[in-house]
Design a protein around this ligand. Structure first.
Ligand code: NAP
Length: 248
């Protein structure tokens, strides 16, 4: 059976590393993006230049209609999905809760929690043996923030990732017997544009010293964990929250 991965937010940061590593491991890759079409074109171009198959598809993971279209268009172009990586996520602007507007919190929950649930629902409908599917894997990119709480930075984001962890545990129990292993990776501090998007480009430099390993992760180090969970080497792993946080 051919391997097809949908990577949400797959054009930048950790998602781009996952898209490229998935292609190197033999997946045809649907590189989802929200607004950065040129980043998606670049990742798709790199994959196809290496002889792989990839397509970029715009969709906002927090919108049910977009998610449904994402899976339909991906299946039409690449074949039915066998692996979903729920990677798309935002923090909102770094600040205390009482300095944060409700819209930021709502948007974070919509993308980080509803996005994961909507995409996973669509994947289950297509991969579960109960629905005539051939099985597959789901990996969500959570965060060490789920257990750190992130005070003074983004407690609403930490809460959204706590929800991702609970969802991963529950869904794994629901569908592992139907041929879908469901897991999460919890990265710690990782070198991407996420910190600048949150308003603090120097966040990695500020926090590196509190990470036991003494540095931030590269996106590729997180991608390796995600691809391992999807691989046959992890054939008995479901419901795991794999911390990839340099000891933090
Ligand atoms: P990033 O570099 O800021 O990239 C975020 C990606 O998410 C972008 O590709 C963006 O698409 C996409 N995205 C945002 N909203 C979306 C939406 N509504 N629909 C579809 N795609 C959307 O972030 P990153 O650091 O790689 O983060 C990836 C994941 O890792 C996130 O879930 C994040 O919470 C988690 N994480 C990151 C760190 C870290 O230190 N960096 C640590 C722990 C966990 P566009 O390119 O179109 O904007």
């Amino acid at each position: 059976m051919s391997k097809v991965a949908i990577v949400t937010g797959g054009a930048r940061g950790i998602g781009a590393a996952i898209s490229k590593l998935a292609a190197a491991r033999g997946y045809a890759v649907c590189v989802n993006y929200q607004s950065n079409a040129s980043a998606a074109e670049e990742v798709v171009g790199e994959i196809t230049a290496q002889g792989g198959r990839a397509i970029g598809i715009q969709a906002d993971v927090s919108k049910a209609d977009d998610v449904s279209r994402l899976f339909t268009e991906s299946a039409r172009a690449l074949g039915e999905v066998t692996a979903l990586v729920n990677n798309a996520g935002i923090t909102g602007r770094i600040s205390r809760l009482d300095e944060t507007d409700p819209e930021t919190m709502q948007q974070t929950i919509d993308i980080n929690v509803m996005g994961v649930m909507l995409c996973s629902r669509e994947a289950v409908l297509r991969m579960s043996g109960k629905h005539g599917g051939a099985g597959g894997g789901i990996v969500s990119i959570s965060s060490g923030a789920a257990t750190l709480g992130s005070p003074g930075e983004f407690v609403w984001y930490a809460a959204s990732k706590g929800a991702v962890d609970s969802f991963t545990l529950g869904l794994s129990k629901e569908v592992t017997g139907e041929g879908i292993r469901v897991n999460a990776v919890s990265p710690g501090l990782t070198e991407t544009e996420l910190h600048a998007s949150g308003g603090e480009p120097g966040r990695v430099a500020r926090l590196e010293s509190v990470v036991p390993i003494g540095r931030a992760a590269t996106p590729d180090e997180v991608a390796q964990a995600a691809l391992w969970l999807l691989s046959e080497e992890a054939s008995y792993v479901s419901g795991a929250i794999l911390r990839c946080a340099g000891g933090r």
